[in-house]
Design a protein around this ligand. Structure first.
Ligand SMILES: [Zn+2]
Length: 427
């Protein structure tokens, strides 16, 4: 039997031990450092001190959740897997649609490939929006979301009576507990020998609200630390990375969000609206869960077919304070490894403390109970890659989508014949 599996042009070794890749949503590296400095993350501190390996890695653009999660599970950039945002303007139908459907996927995930080769695969995601994309092609595996754990059934999710099995109550979709559920489930699945290759994907609810080093953030990372230690104790190889970082996107004096309303700006620059044949601004951060960020991020794309209009917009937007860059379609596709047919004619990236909106009246910011923190730009590309074993990087420019490669190929440990069942309690 072959011991390696080739997926999307890369060879991966079959897991020698239970192998867990964690996508810690919105994990700006400063969160880990602050939690360690505060003394609330002793396991991570030990890993950083030499028991494990820490690398500074880079995510993919746009630095949003879906493109990066799909990059991590396929080991490829969006140009290959095709998921260029949470949200897309489908030129074929003229509809603005969510990219939650596997029909948008252009590459198989390595989770699917491993499961088809007989490895026991489990995927636990916090929000249900990612479940179908992440679980596409997975055979005889487990794939469910913490959000809808109460609805998990054998036929569709590979698990039933999940709340009872994991001993956790159903968590609110806007809560830290939603992510804790993911970790508790991961530990339990390893203990019960239900999984050899796991992918755990959390939500960035806490990071959108709380800066690194705040009591709320530190308590969240203390929780992470306990579960990392528990997985380590069970003999797992664990690689933690993130989909994107997170930055303050508000005026430091007033706390008000700093927003460039691109649709309003485009209408003004062209002297006509979308309905009158003007430009269409798409924010690929948009998803069904916008309360904590008001659909404001640092990346936008614009559909504008006329070359002169394009030129006018490009110049006008680039000259607007807070805008970092305006790129044409092919330039953006090349620079950011995006599928050119899944982005607009222009791509706009804002500076670190700014965000991009559509029209002011279309954003409901009433849910922003604390000053806005968000992501989407090149300033949120820096992510951690933390492994609980000493290992070497295969190349210089590490990406978050090297996480499975690192965990499966770069760690040399003796295979575990059996893992003694231990009971891990969650605080
Ligand atoms: Zn995210």
């Amino acid at each position: 039997m072959s011991t390696t599996i080739s997926v999307n042009g890369r060879d991966y070794r079959k897991p020698q031990r239970p192998t867990v890749v964690i996508c810690m949503d919105g994990c700006e590296p400063a969160y880990l450092q602050a939690a360690v400095a505060a003394g609330v993350a002793p396991h991570i501190a030990a890993l950083l001190a030499g028991q494990g390996s820490y690398f500074r890695a880079e995510g993919v653009m746009p630095s949003f959740t879906n493109p990066n999660n799909l990059s991590i599970v396929t080991g490829t950039p969006p140009a290959v897997h095709g998921i260029c945002g949470n949200f897309l303007y489908d030129q074929a139908t003229g509809q603005e649609v969510l990219m939650n459907d596997p029909k948008w996927l252009r590459a198989p995930s390595l989770l699917a490939a491993f499961s088809q080769a007989g490895t026991k695969v489990a995927i636990v995601t916090s929000k249900d929006k990612l479940r179908r994309l992440l679980g596409h092609g997975v055979k005889n595996g487990i794939c469910f979301s913490a959000e809808h754990a109460d609805k998990a059934n054998l036929a569709e999710h590979g698990i039933e009576n999940a709340l009872e099995f994991f001993g956790m109550p159903l968590a609110n979709v806007y809560s830290a507990e939603l992510s804790e559920f993911v970790f508790a489930a991961g530990v339990k699945l390893v203990e019960a020998k239900r999984a050899e290759l796991l992918y755990l994907s959390t939500t960035d609810y806490v990071q959108h609200k709380h800066a690194p080093g705040t009591p709320e953030a530190n308590s969240f990372y203390a929780m992470l630390d306990r579960y990392l230690a528990a997985l380590d104790k069970l003999g797992c190889i664990v690689a933690l990375t993130a989909d994107h970082g997170m930055n303050a996107k508000h005026d430091p004096l007033t706390g008000q969000p700093q927003v460039i309303y691109l649709q309003d700006l485009a209408d003004e620059l062209l002297g006509r609206t979308l309905e009158a044949g003007g430009a269409r601004v798409i924010l690929p951060i948009t998803d069904p869960y916008v309360v904590h960020h008001g659909a404001l991020g640092s990346f936008a794309t614009i559909y504008v077919s006329d070359a002169k209009d394009r030129e006018r917009l490009s110049r006008g937007i680039a000259a607007t304070p807070g805008v970092m860059e305006v790129l044409g379609r092919s330039e953006a596709a090349e620079r950011f490894e995006l599928a050119a047919d899944r982005i607009g004619d222009l791509v706009v990236v804002s500076e670190q403390s700014w965000t991009l909106g559509t029209s002011e009246h279309r954003h409901d910011l009433s849910g922003l109970t604390v000053p806005l923190r968000s992501h989407g730009g090149t300033t949120e590309l820096g992510v951690p890659l933390l492994i609980n074993k000493v290992c070497k990087a295969p190349h210089l420019r590490l990406r978050n989508f090297d996480a499975f490669f690192m965990a499966l190929n770069q760690v040399d440990v003796a295979p575990t014949a059996s893992i003694t069942a231990k009971t891990v309690t969650h605080a």
